[in-house]
Design a protein around this ligand. Structure first.
Ligand code: NAD
Ligand code: DAU
Length: 339
């Protein structure tokens, strides 16, 4: 089988590529990535040594380039991870989010239609459901929860989901959609909460917690997400949405304190800063559909996953230090300088 993975030089896409290369050595993996600030070819250095892996630097919005790659590689399945993924950046500058996340998805699906009804999987997010109140732990996002987005990022992801489901109904394109909660693990770009706090704590820099730190996220180890996507692509029902999450809700402040403990750093590094605009209060996924229908269960506990993650960042300092010492410095200054 030839599988085309977009956004494979980013966090989850790269973990997915290594998962596929390990589990299906007979498959060919084609990666398409524009290598934006979030894409890093060094992440794929071990994959690039493999005969059954090929990399194309291309923009998913570039119809001509994408069609050429389809013609040459003839993929049987496309898994779309490529996206602008950071909520804060979408608040500062929404346009590229609409372009990549919506129009890029459309180009990929058009290519799937044109080159033989190729199976298409859209990697989406729980953020399309908006947020839940902090004082109603009984409420969870199901696949029936109405779409109610808060940020330009989540609105663009919701638009892409709807477009994918429209291509299923209108053109019969074999589509599935997954909506996962917050991932953590190796190769997570340092702009996001967990790697940012690790990188800052290592450097004894302030740990910037938005608002009161009481917002809740539902954390899943990235490998468990990869396994869920693989199951959906191979066994999921076409035209369906699957929620993915591991019932692991944590307050941001508790995550940051845990990282301080893991790294033996004082909590006095924590600095409460101005809140994110439109900041979603709580995410919590009900994964019962994927468990019931496809037998998926998360395998890595948070205690194990966070330890593995901290260890990975400590043993791969060159990977993230190169990032935080580059263009990222300007981003950090702009985002946190006067906060
Ligand atoms: P990321 O920002 O780490 O990686 C995105 C990758 O896409 C990068 O390699 C980047 O170069 C590439 N890319 C961006 N624009 C492109 C374009 N126009 N053409 C080709 N490539 C392009 O993101 P991530 O955290 O790995 O997220 C991957 C996907 O999973 C996204 O669609 C995101 O919405 C979704 N998701 C993420 C999480 C999470 O917690 N990180 C949770 C649920 C869903
Ligand atoms: O839920 C899935 C989503 O999770 C994905 O769709 C997104 O692509 C991914 O980026 C992530 O979105 P979040 O906004 O939840 O992740 P982020 O790491 O940016 O923030 C997590 C929480 O931590 C959020 O409540 C904001 C807070 N935060 C974040 C940063 C970067 C801070 O308090 N301080 C920070 O410096």
């Amino acid at each position: 089988m030839t599988i085309l993975v977009t956004g494979g030089a980013g966090f989850i896409g790269s973990n997915f590529i290594y998962f596929l290369l390990g589990r299906y050595p007979q498959d060919k993996i084609v990666c398409v990535d524009k290598l934006t600030y979030a894409g890093n070819l060094s992440t794929l250095k071990d994959a690039l040594k493999r005969q059954n892996f090929v990399f194309y630097k291309a923009d998913i919005c570039d119809r001509g380039e994408i069609y050429k790659i389809f013609q040459k590689e003839n993929p049987e399945a496309v898994i779309n991870f490529a996206a602008e993924s950071h909520v804060d950046r979408s608040i500062a500058d929404p346009e590229v989010f609409l372009r990549t996340n919506i129009l890029g998805t459309q180009v990929l699906m058009d290519a799937c239609r044109l080159y033989g009804r190729v199976r298409f999987h859209q990697v989406s997010t729980d953020e399309v459901y908006g947020d839940l109140p902090l004082d109603r732990p009984d409420l969870l996002f199901t696949e029936e929860t109405p779409i109610r987005t808060s940020s330009p990022y989540s609105a663009s992801k919701a638009a892409a989901d709807l477009l994918a489901l429209a291509y299923y109904r209108t053109y019969g394109l074999p589509v599935t959609v997954s909506r996962c909660s917050n991932n953590y693990g190796p190769y997570h770009f340092p702009e996001k909460l967990i790697p940012l706090m690790i990188a800052n704590a290592v450097a004894d820099m302030p740990l910037p917690v938005y608002g009161t730190g009481e917002n809740v996220r539902d954390w899943l180890y990235v490998e468990d997400h990869c396994k869920a996507i693989d199951l959906i692509v191979r066994k999921g029902k076409l035209g369906e949405v699957y929620n993915v999450g591991g019932h692991n809700e944590r307050r941001n402040i508790d995550i940051v304190k845990l990282i301080c403990r893991e790294l033996d750093k004082p909590e006095s590094l924590i600095k409460f800063v101005a809140d994110r605009k439109g900041h979603d209060l709580r995410y919590a996924i009900d994964p019962s559909k994927i468990s019931r229908e496809l037998g998926w269960v998360p395998e890595t506990s948070f205690e194990t996953g966070i330890r593995k993650t901290v260890d990975w960042y400590m043993t791969h300092r060159e990977w993230w230090e190169e990032i935080v010492n580059g263009e990222y410095r300007n981003y950090y200054e702009k985002m946190y300088g006067n906060r």
